[in-house]
Design a binder for this molecule. Structure first.
Ligand code: SF4
Ligand code: ZN
Length: 306
């Protein structure tokens, strides 16, 4: 088998099609697809100050590299990388060290905020003391809280995340399985326009690229020597949904793309019918957006400080 475009040795067979591409043709294909998403959905606009949520993993490192590449010659656009240190020894400490090197290499400003500073303890310690807490539940809530809070403090106009097509198809199904359609209104390549200063719009330039494609791109580019996996990853609900979709994809290629395409057809209807802004109050303790009187981050914080 040879590269569909130039007859070189292929490095990847594209998911959802029968096309194989060599290194350089794949890199071109990948970057073109990201640019197309950025343009089609207006992910980057004049005078933007974009925060890029990074972890040192392959998705967010790829995202940061490409957003930097796309915006570096634009004088009106600013970019800052923002990372959260959950405090997971042997994982986050290593990925953050790699990330710092990467940001130094490309001269990108990196700001790191930790659970220890914000909530008094690293995740490792929280989990040791609170045996009944589900790691990814508390971790996800605390991370979203810190990202949202600091994005506002910095004055970001948008917050870019490294979510890819696999992540999004998992989230869509998870929301269906948990009957949480309201949460799906906030999905898509860019979150809806809400005229509310408490929300920073999220953008996902890697939205239409699969995990396999992002992994291949990041390895070809050699951004980071070794990517780490969180030790709690396999325990999560998401991991089970991921295994299920992967199984389906192997049997019925194109399943993930179909989930995304079907969802994008529904999304305008979901957004129209769910006026989630009206249901969003401000947390009575911290002032962050919340659907309840007290936000989940403050509830978790209270439970770990008891
Ligand atoms: Fe946190 Fe779970 Fe992600 Fe690990 S896998 S960083 S515990 S959300
Ligand atoms: Zn709160």
């Amino acid at each position: 088998m040879v590269c569909k475009k130039c007859s070189e040795t292929p490095v990847i067979k594209l998911p959802n099609s029968n096309i194989s591409l060599c290194k350089s043709c794949f890199v071109r294909y990948f970057e073109k697809k990201v640019l197309k998403t950025v343009r089609n959905y207006n992910l980057v606009e004049d005078n933007d100050y974009i925060g890029v949520a990074v972890s040192g993993g392959k998705d967010s490192t790829t995202l940061l590299y490409l957003l930097h590449k796309i915006t570096k010659n634009r004088k009106d656009i600013k970019l800052t990388a923002i990372a959260i240190d959950e405090g997971i020894e042997g994982y986050r400490d290593i990925s953050l060290a790699n990330l710092k090197k990467f940001c130094d290499r490309y001269k990108i400003i990196l700001k790191v905020f930790s659970y220890k500073d914000a909530f008094g303890k690293p995740l490792d310690e929280i989990l040791k003391i609170n045996k009944d807490v589900v790691p990814c539940s508390i971790c996800g809530v605390f991370r979203r809280y810190l990202l949202n809070k600091h994005s506002k403090d910095f004055g970001f106009t948008k917050l870019a995340t490294g979510h890819n097509l696999d992540d999004e198809s998992q989230t869509i199904l998870m929301n269906f399985f948990r009957r949480n359609i309201k949460a799906s209104a906030r999905l898509g390549p860019i979150t809806g326009v809400i005229n509310d200063s408490r929300f920073i719009r999220r953008i996902k330039p890697l939205y239409f690229l699969t995990e396999k494609e992002v992994t291949t791109y990041s390895y070809i580019k050699g951004f980071i020597d070794k990517y780490m996996e969180c030790p709690h990853d396999s325990d999560s609900y998401r991991a089970q949904v991921r295994d299920m979709i992967n199984d389906f994809e192997a049997k019925y290629p194109g399943t993930k793309h179909s989930v995304i395409s079907s969802f994008l057809e529904f999304l305008p209807l979901i957004r129209k019918n769910i006026e989630y802004k009206d249901n969003i109050k401000s947390c009575s303790i911290c002032g962050e957006p919340s659907s309840k009187e007290v936000c989940q981050a403050c509830k978790y914080f209270e439970s770990i400080t008891k």
